[in-house]
Design a protein around this ligand. Structure first.
Ligand code: DON
Length: 394
């Protein structure tokens, strides 16, 4: 047990107390174990061996699937074996965009990450960010995020169920229209943007790996059970925590999820639908090098990765990218969040005078970055100092 995991257990302890298997493996006298305590998960070990020998089929079909479904149904859930049998991993083509000559390869729907980041970057491409004073740079970044996250709430959902206007939202001409609405001197209150439509008829966590091998093969993989320990419930005999990715759907108009995100019909709950994600595993390629980047952090993933991309393109090293202080804005709540030291006192004053509501915040970031500098051949790996990952080159 290490400090961050202990914090995760504490975060979800009330839910875990309802799961006898979670209690048995993760709690001591109903509470989070001491740091250094050893956690043993023999059922999970067996499940992993089954996966290693039988692959995904052994999980979604047969005896293991029956065990999962029986456990869920005994606990009052509505799963059926057909739900698992019919589940398919879908390989999708990545989204490809560009920013000031860099090629950006990133996550397509049902993640919103790529669309929101590319739209943000397209809006920003019309400004000379490097020449802007820090408060102005923050203002432009935030206004771009506000507009892109607004469209996330309105249009994004599972593309197998709703038509997501990806081409429009990632088109530089669309971004030019959005840019024209940004005032240089004032924050635009989110309330004056066209409100998102109402929903018809009336939301361990996430991990990112960045990997590259000697031949240049690369992986940017973000995987999620949503909040710490997902639902906090373990299907008996499996060692498997079930996720709470249902929280990534919009449940009702104006009702924010755990990450304060709101959404519309495009992301309404429906049978067989995949929930809208913010995961943004990304490659950025220029003629000088390569960046592999991603992070957990719910709604803040997209803004963190966007700032990481901008930082690297602006000359930051891998270590600097993961350590850089960050800001965040997601349309609603209409609030500019900033890490301590992300903005100077003067910049905070200037932004306040422009009309921003400001809130100091600490990110849930755990960014994992690899950079490859083509001229020198140097590869660097860096893990977010806020998190517990490590970057290794060997
Ligand atoms: O897919 C998503 O957007 C969420 N399930 C991610 C949740 C997350 O990053 C939690 N981590 N701090």
């Amino acid at each position: 047990m290490y400090a961050r995991l202990q914090a995760g257990v504490r975060y979800n302890v009330v839910r875990m107390q309802k799961s006898p298997e979670a209690v048995a493996r993760f709690l001591v006298n109903g509470a989070a174990p001491e740091i250094g305590a050893v956690i043993r998960q023999p059922e999970l070990a067996q499940t992993l061996e089954l996966l290693a020998s039988g692959g995904g089929d052994a999980f979604y079909h047969g005896a293991f699937a029956t065990k999962l479904v029986d456990g869920v149904r005994r606990a009052g859930g509505i799963w059926t074996e057909a739900d698992l049998r019919n589940y398919k991993v879908i390989e999708r083509a990545p989204l490809i965009g560009s920013y000031r000559g860099a090629r950006i390869v990133t996550a397509p729907p049902p993640s919103s990450g790529g669309v929101v980041m590319l739209d943000t970057l397209n809006i920003l491409a019309g400004y000379d960010l490097a020449a802007a004073a820090p408060a102005m740079r923050t203002h432009l970044l935030v206004e771009a995020m506000r507009l892109a996250y607004r469209d996330r709430a309105e249009y994004l959902g599972d593309p197998d169920f709703v038509s997501v206007p990806v081409e429009q939202l990632t088109n530089p001409l669309y971004a030019a229209g959005q840019r024209a609405a940004i005032r240089p001197d004032r924050a635009t209150p989110s309330a004056v943007l066209r409100p998102i439509s109402t929903l018809g008829g009336d939301g361990v966590t996430t991990t990112h790996f960045s990997v590259i091998d000697r031949d240049g093969n690369r992986v940017a993989a973000t995987v999620s059970v949503n909040l710490w320990f997902g639902s906090g419930w373990v299907a008996p005999g499996t060692g498997v925590f079930l996720n709470d990715t249902m929280d990534d759907f919009s449940v009702a108009s104006g009702v924010p999820n755990a990450f304060q995100l709101v959404g519309a019909d495009a992301n309404a709950v429906g049978p067989g639908k995949r929930a809208l994600s913010s995961m943004t595993p990304t490659f950025v390629e220029t003629d000088k090098g390569l960046l592999i980047i991603g992070t957990p952090g719910g709604s803040t993933i997209i803004s963190m990765v966007t700032q990481g991309v901008l930082g690297w393109l602006g000359g930051q090293s891998a270590d600097e990218v993961v350590a850089a202080r960050r800001i965040h804005h997601q349309y609603l709540p209409d609030r500019l969040m900033y890490e301590p030291e992300a903005l100077s006192k003067e910049d905070l004053q200037a932004l306040k005078a422009m009309g921003y509501e400001l809130q100091e915040w600490s990110t849930r970031g755990n960014m994992q970055v690899i950079t490859w500098d083509y001229p020198t051949g140097l590869v660097r790996a860096a893990a977010d100092p806020r998190g517990f990952g490590i970057g290794l080159v060997y």
